[in-house]
Design a protein around this ligand. Structure first.
Ligand SMILES: Cc1ncc(COP(=O)(O)O)c(C=O)c1O
Length: 399
C-alpha cells in the first residue's frame, strides 16, 4: 500500500460513464461480434465541408500558434453577433465572451468562477454528469433536482423553490435536455429567472442542443427573459450544432465581473483554445446554416422512428423527446423482474444481444431504472437496436 488517498474534491467525481460503456462495446467488437451503438451522444454526421475548408486554410496560413486565452477577437465578435441575431440581445464581446475547449470546459470554468467552498449547486438529475463534477471540483455541494417521468421530466419553479436555501449559489438549466429530450417551456424559465432574482443565485444555462428541436418546439432561454447577463451564464458551442465534437470548441457568455476569473482558469488549464478549431468555428457561424437545418431534419425523422419503435414495447415508459437527440426509457419493471440494476442490464444487452445503451446511473443517482437511447445514428440502427431491446426484454423476462 502506498498510502495514497485521493483528495475529496477529486475522489467524489466520476469520469463520464458513457466512455466506459463504449469500452465494453469495443471489447465485444474486438471478438468479431457486431454491436449497434445507441449509447454515444455525438452526431454521426461529418463536419460540413466549408468548416473543414476553413480549417485547412488556417493550417496553410500557419495559424498554428497560441491565441489569446479567451479566443481570437474575430471569433468572440462573431459569437456576440450571433447572440444578437438569435436572441435579440446585445452583449459585449470583450466583457462577456470566453471561447473554451468544448462546452465542458465552459461549464467547469464558469462553475469554478462562481461557486465557493460549501455553496450549493442545483442541477438536473438524471442529467449531464459534468454539472455535479464541476460542483465537487469547486468544493461546493451538489444538490440534485430530480427529474421525474410522471412530470414529463420538467424542472419547474415550484420544484426548484423546495431546494433553494441560503447557500444556493448556482442553478443549472439544460434545454433541450440530455438525457430526457425535454425542452423547457417559457413559463418555467421565466419562473426560475424570477426565483434567481428573489434569492440572488446565478443561473448557468447549458444550451448546446438549442437548434435541435422537434414538433415546432421553441427554445426559450433565460437570456430571452432577462435580456442581459446579470448573474447569468450561457454555455454553448460547436460540438452538437455543427457536428464538431472532436474539434473541442465551445464558449461561455458570462457577466462582466466573472470574466477575469474565467480568464485565469482557462489560462491555467489550457492557455488558449485550439487555434485551427477557432477558424473553423468562425466559418461555422459566418457560413450557411443549411447543414444544421438538414441535420435537425434527420434527427427529427429519427426521433419519430424511436417513438414508433418504443411504442411497440411492453413494460417500458418514456416521454416523447422534443429536442436534442436522446430518449430516456424507464425499464424499471424489467429490471425488477430480472433483479439487476440499469448498469448490469446495459452490460447484458451489449454482451448477449449486441446493442449498447447508456445506463441511467451514468447520468446521476436518479437515473436508476432508466436507460438512455441516443438517436445520433442511422434510422436502420435505431429500428434494429430497439427491436433487439424488445426481444431481449421478452426473452430475459421469461428465463
Ligand atoms: C448537455 C451537454 N452539455 C455539454 C456537453 C459537452 O459538450 P462539448 O463536447 O462541447 O464539451 C454535452 C456532451 O454530451 C452535453 O450533453
Amino acid at each position: 500500500m502506498c498510502g495514497y488517498e485521493a483528495p475529496r474534491r477529486i475522489a467524489n467525481v466520476s469520469a463520464e460513464a458513457a466512455f466506459a460503456v463504449l469500452k465494453i462495446a469495443k471489447n465485444v467488437e474486438r471478438t468479431g461480434k457486431r454491436v449497434i451503438h445507441l449509447e454515444i451522444g455525438e452526431p454521426d454526421f461529418d463536419t460540413p465541408k466549408h468548416i473543414k475548408d476553413a480549417a485547412m486554410e488556417a493550417l496553410n496560413k500557419n495559424f498554428t500558434h497560441y491565441t489569446p486565452t479567451l479566443g481570437i477577437p474575430e471569433l468572440r465578435k462573431e459569437i456576440a453577433e450571433s447572440i444578437k441575431r438569435d436572441y435579440g440581445v446585445e452583449i459585449d464581446w470583450e466583457k462577456n465572451v470566453a471561447v473554451t475547449t468544448g462546452c465542458k470546459q465552459a461549464i467547469l470554468a464558469s462553475t469554478l468562477a462562481v461557486v465557493d467552498e460549501g455553496e450549493e449547486v442545483i442541477y438536473p438529475n438524471p442529467g449531464y454528469p459534468e454539472y455535479e463534477a464541476a460542483a465537487y471540483f469547486a468544493g461546493g455541494k451538489p444538490v440534485p433536482y430530480r427529474l421525474r417521468l410522471e412530470d414529463g421530466f420538467r424542472m419547474t419553479p415550484e420544484g426548484l423553490a423546495e431546494l433553494i436555501t441560503a447557500k444556493t449559489k448556482l442553478v443549472v438549466l439544460n434545454s433541450p435536455n440530455n438525457p430526457c429530450g425535454v425542452v423547457m417551456p417559457e413559463e418555467d424559465v421565466k419562473g426560475i429567472v424570477d426565483l434567481a432574482e428573489d434569492h440572488g443565485f446565478y443561473i448557468l444555462s447549458d444550451e448546446v442542443y438549442r437548434p435541435i428541436l422537434f414538433d415546432g418546439s421553441k427554445h426559450y432561454s433565460p437570456l430571452h427573459a432577462k435580456k442581459n447577463l446579470d448573474k447569468l451564464i450561457i454555455v454553448d458551442g460547436f460540438s452538437k450544432r455543427y457536428a464538431m465534437t472532436g474539434w473541442r470548441l465551445g464558449y461561455a457568455l458570462v457577466p462582466e465581473e466573472i470574466l477575469p476569473q474565467v480568464f485565469k482558469l482557462l489560462n491555467v488549464m489550457t492557455s488558449c483554445p485550439n487555434s485551427i478549431s477557432q477558424y473553423a468555428a468562425l466559418a461555422a457561424l459566418r457560413g450557411s446554416q443549411e447543414p444544421v437545418m438538414n441535420m435537425v431534419k434527420q434527427y427529427w425523422r429519427r426521433r419519430d422512428v424511436v417513438v414508433e419503435e418504443l411504442s411497440k414495447l411492453e413494460n417500458i415508459r418514456f416521454v416523447r423527446p422534443k429536442g436534442a437527440f436522446y430518449a430516456l426509457v424507464d425499464v424499471s419493471k424489467v429490471l425488477n423482474k430480472l433483479k439487476v440494476n440499469s448498469e448490469e442490464f446495459v452490460k447484458m444487452l451489449i454482451e448477449k444481444y449486441g446493442v449498447a445503451f447508456l445506463h441511467g446511473t451514468a447520468l446521476g443517482s436518479y437515473g436508476e431504472g432508466f436507460i438512455r437511447i441516443s438517436f445520433a445514428t442511422s434510422e436502420e440502427n435505431i429500428r434494429e437496436g430497439i427491436r433487439i431491446l424488445g426481444k431481449a426484454i421478452e426473452e430475459l423476462s421469461k428465463s
